[in-house]
Design a protein around this ligand. Structure first.
Ligand code: AMP
Ligand code: MN
Ligand code: MN
Ligand code: MN
Length: 280
């Protein structure tokens, strides 16, 4: 039987719908053997998740998904097998959290100017952890009738040139890689096909990432098509990156694909679990 790896998932510690314990139970049901919990910009769900995994045939990989601003665009970098107690990592994340708090008030102000009142309090009702995410605003906008679906929100609000947009001011790629590497982790470019970059721009990102100490890309993602997977596996081979795979699971009712239901990595890929820093 093949081993089921799902190395990208979210809990209520960021913008997922399941608490860390619920996520673990769901992963067990979905027959996942290796699960990475990779909440946005914080690691506060990891303790509950690792306690919940005790006694199950499930290996929890401590992870994170760090928001990065690269050439004025937002890019996500996963850190897998990190030591969450690393102080440099945590002090970097504290700054991102502060920015998120400021951004939430700013998003609400901008929505207010567009005639949507009460967005801060409205979005805050959906928040169950430390992090304030655009997803919480998206849920508010759907439930208050301003948009038909979460997908619809990210077309008409909260994105460039639309009401509620605030340009990101996240970590630099260099900072992010130094935090992950100092915390003993493996840095992975998350869902590289999702940024809509041209081939030239994507190659520039991959080269800089490699030069700064990055060593893997997410070849299989819940948001990648078959063609994306093929293309990313070719890039992984060319740049000698390890390949990762993850659903980017947030909830059972929207987005991409269920936990543990992603396709296998293409044969030619060097799997991330062969990386020297991989440990459980
Ligand atoms: P933030 O990090 O707070 O800016 O929020 C980004 C999050 O919004 C991502 O991690 C996704 O979970 C969610 N998101 C972004 N674009 C979309 C989309 N088109 N459909 C659904 N969710 C999205
Ligand atoms: Mn998210
Ligand atoms: Mn992401
Ligand atoms: Mn994610």
């Amino acid at each position: 039987m093949t081993i089921n790896y799902d190395l990208h998932s979210h809990s209520t510690a960021s913008d997922g719908s399941f608490s860390p314990s619920e996520l673990i139970r769901h992963a067990v049901q979905q027959k996942v053997s290796f699960l990475a919990l990779t909440d946005h910009d914080n690691t506060s769900g990891l303790t509950e998740a690792s306690n919940a995994a005790i006694g199950y045939d499930l290996n929890l990989i401590p992870g994170i998904e760090i928001s990065v601003t690269w050439n004025k665009q937002t890019v996500h970098v996963l850190g897998l097998c990190i030591d969450p107690s690393n102080e440099v990592l945590q002090s970097g994340l504290a700054n991102l959290m502060e920015y998120r708090d400021w951004r939430a008030t700013e998003i609400a102000k901008r929505l207010d100017k567009a005639g949507i009142t009460g967005a801060y309090e409205g979005a805050n009702k959906y928040r169950r952890g430390r992090i304030f995410s655009r997803t919480h605003f998206a849920r508010f906008l759907v439930d208050s009738g301003h948009a038909k679906s979460i997908r619809d929100v990210f077309k008409h609000y909260l994105v460039s040139n639309k009401p509620g947009y605030v340009p990101g001011k996240w970590a630099t790629l260099e900072e992010c890689l130094s935090w992950i590497n100092l915390a003993g982790g493996i840095a992975v470019i998350a869902h590289p096909a999702r940024y809509g970059f041209t081939a030239t721009r994507l190659r520039k990102l991959l080269s800089e990432f490699k030069d700064l100490g990055g060593s893997a890309i997410e070849v299989v993602s819940g948001s990648h098509s078959k063609d994306d997977v093929r293309y990313m596996s070719e890039l992984a081979t060319q740049y000698e990156f390890y390949s990762s795979c993850g659903s980017d699971f947030h909830s059972t009712d929207n987005q991409y694909i269920n936990l543990g239901k992603i396709p296998a990595l293409p044969d030619k890929c060097q799997a991330i679990w062969e990386h020297p820093n991989w440990h459980i």
